[in-house]
Design a protein around this ligand. Structure first.
Ligand code: PSU
Ligand code: MN
Length: 304
């Protein structure tokens, strides 16, 4: 890796050199996933939660032609304020944007790329991208899934939103050899709700168990991630019927308007927010906090 393209903050660099636990965080959720100023408040609070667990947070983004691992408070504020003016950067966009000295909001896929280049093993996010509904004709499958297949990491999410076809997403992950681990649950959570009707591959009940599984995979020299699905806390989970209707409506609307490509996910997310009148925002924030805390505990176990 040409280090001309990578800037690691002093704090993250020191932590990695001393085998201290580090947790990566994405930036599409900041620039594209939530309104300002809640996005910046969320991003700063997530970092605090990780520190409180004894790990070091590393928000990943692209600033002026560099992949930044360990964004500063000023950079996070900039990403949040600029919102959609920051290009969403997935794997196919990464080199192009770097070559243009552009900024970029990193998706799960590109955050994993940046984090892995820096040597980070654990990453906390909200929801991953996956196989979209109707993918049997649109072939809309997020690059996040391929990245999970290829990059060594423990990725903690709250499952995936049912804007996706969860069954096909699980099939794809199985084909790619990515185990889906339910944290203290047998059922795949669906982001806003704790249940989806789909089973995870394995249930694990402690950070130590997850760390041991990841270490075993690494010892075998097998590439790829463990995907940990951590259900939203009961107190913040949403009514399944209500959120289901909002998602169905959003998916219909996207189809009618011919939304496609990288616009699909942001369109659906914005639409759901609009339909649920912002009720979903607090749930979204709380599940990210919950994932950050678990990811930090796993990172601490890995460095024990
Ligand atoms: N799903 C969510 N919230 C998000 C995303 C997905 O519930 O913010 C973002 C993540 O950054 C994810 C990306 O990596 O969207 C996936 O986009 P695409 O489907 O275009 O790969
Ligand atoms: Mn897509």
């Amino acid at each position: 890796m040409n280090s001309n393209y990578l800037t690691i903050s002093e704090e993250v660099k020191t932590a990695l050199e001393n085998n201290q636990p580090v947790v990566a965080l994405e930036s599409t959720i900041i620039s594209h996933g939530m309104p300002y100023p809640q996005n910046v408040e969320m991003a700063m609070q997530v970092e605090k939660i990780i520190r409180d667990q004894g790990a070091v947070p590393a928000t990943v983004c692209m600033i002026n032609g560099k992949i930044v691992v360990g964004a500063s408070a000023e950079q996070i504020d900039y990403l949040g304020k600029s919102g959609h003016n920051i290009p969403k950067a997935s794997r196919r966009d990464l080199a192009i944007l770097l070559s243009k000295n552009s900024d970029g909001a990193t998706t799960v896929a590109t955050t994993m790329i940046g984090a892995a280049l820096a040597g980070i093993k654990v990453f906390a996010t909200g929801g991953i991208g996956g196989v979209h509904r109707g993918a049997e004709s649109t072939m809309d499958i997020s690059a996040d899934l391929e990245e999970l297949a290829n990059t060594d990491m423990v990725v903690v999410c709250a499952g995936a939103k049912s804007i996706l076809d969860l069954g096909l997403t699980l099939e794809y992950l199985e084909t790619k050899g990515v185990p889906v681990i339910g944290y203290q649950t047998e059922e795949l959570p669906a982001f806003y709700t704790r249940k989806s009707g789909f089973k995870v591959d394995y249930r694990m009940d402690s950070p130590a168990e997850i760390a041991k599984a990841f270490q075993t995979k690494s010892n075998l020299g097998m590439k790829g991630s463990l995907l940990v699905a951590n259900p939203i806390p009961e107190a913040y989970s949403m009514d399944a019927a209500l959120i289901g209707e909002a998602i169905d409506e959003a998916v219909e609307d996207a189809k009618d308007r011919g939304i496609h490509g990288k616009e699909t996910t942001p369109f659906l997310l914005a639409k759901i927010k609009e339909i649920t009148e912002g009720n979903s925002l607090n749930s979204n924030i709380q599940l990210v906090y919950n994932n950050a805390a678990l990811a930090a505990r796993i990172a601490c176990e890995l460095e024990k």
